[in-house]
Write a protein that binds this ligand. Sequence first.
Ligand code: M6R
Length: 605
Amino acid sequence: MCGIIGILGSHEVSPQLVEALKRLEYRGYDSAGVATVDASGRLDRRRAVGKLVNLSDRLVHDPLPGHSGIGHTRWATHGAATEANAHPHRFGRVAVVHNGIIENFRDLRAELESLGIQPQSQTDTETVALWTGYHLDQGMTPLEAARATLARLEGAFALAFLFEGEPDLLIAARKGSPLAVGHGTGEMFLGSDAVALAPFTDRITYLEDGDHAVLTRAGVQIWDAAGRQTHRATARIDVGATAIDRGGYRHFMAKEIAEQPAVIGNVLNHYLKGDRIVLPEGLDFAAIDRIVLVGCGTAHLAGHVAKYWFEQLAGLPCDIDVASEFRYREPPLSDRSLFVAISQSGETADTLAALHYARDKVARSVGLVNVGTSAIARDADLALPTLAGIEVSVASSKAFTCQLAVLAVLALEAARARCRIDDAALAAHLRDLRAVPALIAQALALSDECRVQADWLAQARDVLYLGRGALYPVALEGALKLKELSYIHAEGYASGELKHGPIALIDGDVPVVVLAPHDALFDKTISNMQEVMARHGRVLLISDAAGIAAAGDGVTASLALPQGGGIFQPMLYAVPMQYLAYHTAVAKGTDVDQPRNLAKSVTVE
Ligand code: M6R
């Protein structure tokens, strides 16, 4: 993953590089670095381990002059988070920043060593700098040297090259990893995404797979994978939509949780007009016999919830898989299947690869994405926006419930198109769905109670989450949220599965969070809860008032959600999952918005 930036500017470029990197920190925060070329053509760099703020401090004490530069924020893949492994990597007259993985770097390195060139880091990226520097030393021009190196690379990369003595030159290349070129007035920019470039320009050209480009202040020249000079369209992006601020909240996550009623409302207004479902042309659920949902992490769990909806409401067989497994198990697909890639960022490497695997084999491929300019949005036959607005916190909250809202609309459309529900039933389900934003607004009031329960959870070594039916994936999501934010080990289980092994984990020290709305499955879930309590397990029951009353005594604590939402209740139950994890993280003092070892957008396999 990692974020890269390049600027051919008209002012001191270091502050601009750092500003752009701030917008890319969601891609990783193990280290950061910048390199510049000053007016005399001198190439120099500064790097610092840890978050960007460390690099900013470094630049205050040790400034880096120049109007041209490249920058990088790193999520470590090869080599620990040390300064030696931080980008930019430099060899002789070239500095390089990279996002992706050079898979044949060991061979490239061995060859360099046989030429007497010793790497200074443990990274795959450094081989790119070493080979390019070597080619320059052999008398090649910067473009020839970059091309000679690119020809040797296997794997995925977005690369930016900066050269000593060349203050008006950046070379860029992409294969697998995204890269955007920004057009200014007498200035040019390069970035992992358009959001990074938003402070500088709203005119963006996306490089396509296999492209390489030469940027000067006069513009950009692009060559495709076959080496033919080519033209890529330039689009205007909505810079307003890229504004990033905490809006008075202590953490982005708290703000993003609180935004859910509004953003889900926007989703529903976008896809529903009265009792009519409004979807783009080309989604014919009557013509398909299977839907395949693929995503990673929370996005995968949104698909897992939706599987219940597609199967129960629409009678449509639904496969759900994590993208990293899907792409390599070569699942048979048919031209009567609909493939849906679910992704907040739209850049997740595994999900993108799964889409590429599936798109020519199925009737239609859909990208369900929050970032409308992303690779998945561009590469799918059809992009359906999830309209959550920018999500900064690494832990997904509003993006999840907005994904669920769009999936709920799709499931209802599938049920309608396949004549599985009549108009009255459709109207009743739409009423339930439209009630969700207001119900979530009420559920937000549980924040304080979740804070109280978090003091208890924060003491635990392990926490279990149980749910049944469509609440089972919400239990998985609760456990995922707690792990990623508070570093407490947590697992989600289907309530009925507990007795087949995991019940051995139950003792008085393991909090068990039970999700049990007062619905048709309630009694079954409560029986499983009793089995936990009979073994001295301490239960936090999350239900509605009727459920809490019917569950009887014995639970350690309970949280009452409002009643309503029909089969779309999982969206509601997501809220206490988010708040429990959030407040537990705050109680433990972990880094809520940027938990250790993680990145928001996972652009490596
Ligand atoms: O951008 P994507 O939705 O494709 O990201 C998928 C996962 O990496 C993401 O949902 C991850 O699991 C979140 N950090 C969970 O909160």
